[in-house]
Design a protein around this ligand. Structure first.
Ligand SMILES: [Zn+2]
Ligand SMILES: [Zn+2]
Ligand SMILES: [Zn+2]
Length: 108
């Protein structure tokens, strides 16, 4: 089995180093849409927005998750559930959980 490119990096979503987990344990991403925190479900590896052209590998080349499971946050192949573009570098206002909590703490 090949080693994931991101092996050893810390995933900000599940707060675990990326190894050979079947999928990221983070089940919702906090987005700020129209000033409101909105939780969106992440898209799993193998979703139709990932245009592979051929059947994808059993595990993600980048973050090592199994087909049908959620990519880790820093994965190059992860898609944004809000805009359907690449999660890394899209323009959506996505926060880490810590930042959301901090925002909520100061907003009131
Ligand atoms: Zn991945
Ligand atoms: Zn993760
Ligand atoms: Zn986006």
């Amino acid at each position: 089995m090949s080693t994931p490119v991101l092996r050893g990096e810390l995933c900000p979503g599940c707060k675990a180093p990326i190894e050979d987990q079947d999928g990221c344990q983070d089940t919702a991403y906090p987005y700020v849409i129209d000033g409101q925190v909105t939780w969106l479900e992440p898209l799993p590896y193998g979703n139709p927005l990932e245009d592979w052209g051929s059947p994808p590998d059993a595990r993600c080349h980048d973050c090592g998750v199994a087909l049908g499971h959620v990519h880790h946050w820093p994965c190059d192949y992860a898609k944004c559930p809000n805009c359907a573009r690449q999660l890394l570098g899209c323009d959506c206002d996505m926060r880490s959980e810590a930042e959301v909590n901090r925002t909520e703490g100061t907003a009131a």
